[in-house]
Write a protein that binds this ligand. Structure first.
Ligand SMILES: NC(=O)c1ccc[n+]([C@@H]2O[C@H](COP(=O)([O-])OP(=O)(O)OC[C@H]3O[C@@H](n4cnc5c(N)ncnc54)[C@H](OP(=O)(O)O)[C@@H]3O)[C@@H](O)[C@H]2O)c1
Length: 254
């Protein structure tokens, strides 16, 4: 059994990952700006650390074998945060740093994707043993985006854009397996079981929520949208996820 620190341990991915690592018998540390709340659990310690300044990071990393880096702030600062984490991990003698990235970060020129790619490169050059897993979008993100769009009576949907959503608990399971192993470099991508159009996903989400909205096709300009229409965000050859988006919605409704 190992001592494993999960950055972003309070996030959508961090929480099921911590559950799985605890089930597997590891000593687990959860790091995020706000402390990990919920039921007290033996073998789980919470560290309130802001990776943007690093105060308390050395203490959180002392005695850690493996770091799973899930923390992210889409508003910016992820590259600096990763650099600070890597420096501290090297100093603490961490043997393995595992990073969760996104399928297509090298094909779709979205700003957030460019940052993820820059972080992947920092990790590969860091001298710390590393593994990078890229996955497709989590079901939760699709739900969140459609819900946000459905605040207005007309929901814009980009024609030609497809998504291959994956169940976050299955991603957590894969990360837990990788975290228990040796550094493996870039491992095969992981995608959900189905490739669905943005329109189908919006329609399914609205139906499950009992909402009616007009779906308005809106052609998105620019290189990133063109890359999405070419399927740069998809990995149909790695459709390993089992749980479908429809099953996810049904569970939420229940
Ligand atoms: N969502 C997707 O569809 C998807 C798909 C593929 C890969 N990924 C990747 O998976 C990872 C996790 O995504 P997620 O959806 O679980 O994100 P999330 O729910 O937004 O969680 C982000 C986590 O990072 C923490 N955090 C943010 N800024 C921090 C900082 N400065 N210092 C310390 N902790 C900080 C947050 O807690 P506090 O706010 O309390 O600090 C939270 O625990 C990300 O790297 C993302 O790119 C996501």
């Amino acid at each position: 059994m190992a001592t494993i620190l999960v950055t972003g341990g309070t996030g959508t991915l961090g929480r099921p990952l911590i559950d799985r690592l605890l089930e597997d018998g590891h000593d687990v540390r959860s790091l995020s700006r706000r402390p990990h709340t919920g039921t007290e659990r033996p073998r789980l310690r919470s560290y309130a650390v802001d990776l943007r300044d690093g105060t308390g990071l050395a203490e959180a990393l002392a005695g850690v074998d493996t770091v799973v880096h899930c923390a992210t702030a889409p508003t910016g600062g992820d590259t600096e945060a990763a650099g600070r984490l890597l420096d501290a991990a090297r100093r603490a003698g961490v043997r393995h740093l595992l990073y969760i990235s996104i399928v297509g970060v090298d094909r779709v020129p979205l700003r957030y994707y460019r940052t993820k790619l820059a972080v992947e490169r920092l990790i590969a050059d860091s001298g710390v043993g590393w593994t990078v897993l890229r996955t497709t979008q989590f079901h939760d993100l699709v739900l969140q985006l459609v819900k946000a769009g459905a605040r207005s009576p007309v929901l814009p949907v980009p024609p030609g854009v497809r998504v291959q959503p994956v169940e976050v608990r299955e991603v957590a399971d894969r990360l837990a397996e990788l975290a228990a192993g040796a550094p493996a470099g870039r491992v095969p991508d992981m995608g959900g079981p189905e490739v669905l159009t943005a329109r189908d996903l919006a329609r399914a989400t609205l139906t499950a929520g009992g909402r009616r909205r007009l779906l308005l096709p809106v052609w998105l300009p620019g290189a990133a949208a063109a890359a999405l229409r070419r399927g740069g965000n998809l990995t149909p050859e790695h459709a390993e996820g089992l749980r479908t988006y429809a099953e996810f919605l049904a569970e939420r409704a229940g």
